[in-house]
Design a protein around this ligand. Sequence first.
Ligand code: FAD
Length: 460
Amino acid sequence: MSAYDLIVIGAGPGGYVAAIRAAQLGMKVACVEGRGALGGTCLNVGCIPSKALLTSSAKYAELSHLSAHGIAIEGASLDLGALMARKDKIVGDLTKGIGFLFKKNGVDHIEGWASIPAPGQVQVGEDSYTAKNILMATGSEPATLPGVEIDEVDVLSSTGALALEAVPEHLVVIGAGVIGLELGQVWSRLGSKVTVVEYLDRILPGIDGEIAKLSQRALSKRGLKFQLGRALKTIEKGANGLTLTLDRVGKDKVEQIEAEKVLIAIGRRPVTRGLGLEDLGVSINARGFIEVDERYSTSVPGIFAIGDCVPGPMLAHKAEEDGIACVEMLAGEHGHVDYNTVPGVVYTDPEVASVGQTEEALKEAGAEYISGKFVFMANSRARSTGETDGAVKVLATPEGKILGAHICGAHGGDLIAELVLAMTKGATIEEVARTCHAHPAMGEAVKEACLDALGRAIHA
Ligand code: FAD
């Protein structure tokens, strides 16, 4: 029986980063992974393959816009197999890279599915291990709707939609959240008709409403169709494909649409099964997430949890920050994560990026705030690249403390970093507005949005 200071269960971005940091801090560490490859959801079937497909499909879609630049392309064609092989190679290289990082940092990689028979004990198949502390980083998996079975052939989760062997004629995406929009745009660019069905009367729930509207307008312009205020009731398989029955929310009306494939992208649920948590008495909340305190400790001493399996934003970088803070506190250091400044990015074209509070949340809380906005149409770099859709929006206290920032626009995921840093360091909109920004650059829109909030925009 091998004895460790820390055993991490799950080698996603939360678990593998925590394992490496714990080893750097001098702990004897093992990381158990059942999937057969390191990197978790993020590297294998999440962030990385989706971004690889977004990039390839963007290049393909761009071909039809090159005539505006005076460039004519003839005979361009799509080799979907080669496109998928590129994605698989990126995933393979990165997951192998984590194995290398484990060796370099002295982290033992244990292959198999783990359970926790008792505090301080981890069981993997026939093998038992002991550890002073156990960290669960078991992540999440796609959720589905009652009565809807995901077969990954016709009815897909994100995992199936990342590996299709042919471009579907009509893909219906259920859920207008991050994953549904990203993968919907991939297949739309590759030639599918894509219809996004959403229960709410808006897309991107949780994102600032004004920015979500800009995103919907831009995605519609690029070919995505939206059917909002509709709930999926049933999917029936017939000889000619799938028939979906939709309820119009709040109206006594039912509709049907046909599809070749359906992607269920209604969210993700935490993975906690098979670990033995009920017998251990680990508290789980009503939505199935493991409850933890500010030190990431579960209700059972010596057992900790981080990442997608605990409450909070289900994002890779949040899982990483959780993991580092957790093991630094275990080592007697001061781990800390500011959850008010965790950014979120939707990698569609245009991108949507946000941090902090939305205008709706501020209104609901009755908070006093000022806001500033700058549209990319008025930004000279955006005009020269042709990426003029969208805007930057900042929300601040009347004294200028930044409460939230929201971007719909090209490179929004990179532009948001300036405002995340400003919020983290307590910089005001006045300080961002007085920072010299290069010209011509998309980042000037961030400066101008801050100037607008101060009533001093130059180019608006
Ligand atoms: P996971 O990455 O889910 O890893 C958990 C690991 O634990 C898994 O490998 C699992 O096999 C293993 N495991 C579970 N139980 C056991 C057990 N009993 N024994 C052994 N191993 C076990 N986030 C972003 O920030 N940016 C993005 O662009 C982004 N894009 C996404 C796109 C898609 C299509 C999807 C599905 C997700 C995306 N996400 C993105 C979300 C991101 O992937 C997750 O937030 C992140 O992976 C969570 O990390 P984690 O370490 O908590 O869990």
